[in-house]
Design a binder for this molecule. Structure first.
Ligand SMILES: Nc1ncnc2c1ncn2[C@@H]1O[C@H](COP(=O)(O)OP(=O)(O)OP(=O)(O)O)[C@@H](O)[C@H]1O
Length: 349
């Protein structure tokens, strides 16, 4: 059964409609990410699930119960925000206990035990008596997470919870989130505008665009099968090249704007004007004349274990991730090869 069911959710602020009829079923225990550019409506949708924002029309059901008209405290959910808002005058354990006190959940002893459990889960048991100001940013974030999970809500809502952390801490917290999710099995809705974070954490990604669902699916599915140029572009993974697809005898090829052609897999069903999506790691650079097409190196960006090249090809620029064994100099002509099975043909954008 779906743990969270959103049906035709519309939301307007004044005369401006920002959600245009979102329908989503989230099964129990799933980790789902709402991904999308700033202003696409992610936070508004999350606040609607939490009950912090009303809907203009549509329904919110939690565990089969219509909660559309219920206030947040009557919904079995917890939310963790980007600004984790710990109470500075309370100790770590008192902060974590706070929602239990507010909702009058359990006796004092039961509350103390739940707090200990939650702090152990985020590995902060040893800091229970500290004040938030005596903690690092990452530790404060973990206290906020403990506070969100202490009442064992059936649904956990996370609004960009890692965006205030530096890159290293962020990675640690991502791993921790995955582990906690596995251990507790909470249905989790995670809002982010960071595609890598969404790809690495989620069972399913829902990509929003301007208040509509643009595409949803497992991370690998969305990554390898973007339904539109927008998705492909948003995932930051693919280069988009205009092309015309045609068949000559048994061979299928895509003619680029400068007349060069790339072979396509015979499985490709699209014909005519299209947009090719080539992922940066799928384009192989080689000496000019050895590739399927030619281009010219614009810039090389050194990334440590890899190089990223900007390559001018067919009147546009594409990005290519390559190893460091061979270095191609700026301005040199190169060949480019792509396995036809790795090329996606999207509608013309
Ligand atoms: N209380 C409000 N009153 C009026 N407009 C609002 C209100 N809250 C949000 N909006 C508008 O609704 C749209 C969606 O906002 P929302 O915060 O949901 O986007 P978001 O995808 O979470 O963006 P971000 O990643 O920047 O937080 C935006 O255009 C925003 O300006």
């Amino acid at each position: 059964m779906a743990d969270v069911r959103l049906t035709q959710i519309k939301k307007a602020f004044g005369k401006v409609e920002v959600l245009h009829g979102i329908t989503l079923d989230i099964p129990s225990g799933e980790f789902i990410s709402l991904l999308g550019a700033s202003g696409c409506g992610k936070t508004t949708l999350l606040r609607i699930v939490a009950g912090l924002e009303g809907v203009t029309s549509g329904t919110v059901e939690l565990a089969g119960r219509d909660v559309t008209a219920l206030p947040p405290e009557k919904r079995d959910i917890a939310m963790m925000f980007q600004s984790y808002a710990l109470l500075p005058h309370l100790s770590v354990s008192e902060n974590v206990r706070f929602p239990l006190r507010m909702r009058r959940i359990g006796s004092r002893e039961e509350q103390a035990e739940k707090v200990r459990d939650a702090l152990e889960t985020v590995q902060l048991g040893h800091l229970a008596d500290r004040k938030p100001t005596q903690l690092s940013g990452g530790q404060q974030q973990r206290v906020a997470l403990a506070r969100a999970i202490v009442s064992r809500p059936s649904v956990l809502l996370l609004d960009e919870p890692l965006s205030n952390l530096d890159a290293r801490l962020r990675e640690d917290m991502q791993v921790e989130l995955i582990e906690i999710h596995k251990r507790l099995g909470l249905t989790t809705i995670f809002v982010t505008h960071d595609q890598e974070e969404a790809l690495s954490l989620s069972d399913r990604i829902v990509l929003l665009n301007g208040g509509n669902v643009e595409q949803q699916g497992a991370p690998s599915e969305i990554y390898t099968n973007p339904a539109s140029g927008y998705v492909s572009n948003f995932l930051g993974a693919a280069n988009l090249l205009p092309a015309v697809i045609s068949e000559t005898g048994d061979t299928l090829s895509a003619r680029l704007e400068d007349g060069q052609s790339l072979p396509l897999s015979s499985d490709e069903s699209r014909r005519g004007a299209a947009t090719l999506a080539l992922r940066q790691e799928d384009v192989i650079l080689c000496p000019e004349g050895e590739g399927q097409i030619v281009g010219e190196i614009g810039t090389r960006i050194y990334l440590g274990a890899r190089n990223r090249y900007v390559v001018h090809v067919a009147g546009t620029e594409i990005r290519v991730l390559a190893g460091t064994e061979t270095v191609f100099e700026d301005g040199s002509r190169v060949g480019l090869t792509v396995d036809p099975a790795r090329i996606r043909a999207l509608p013309q954008s």
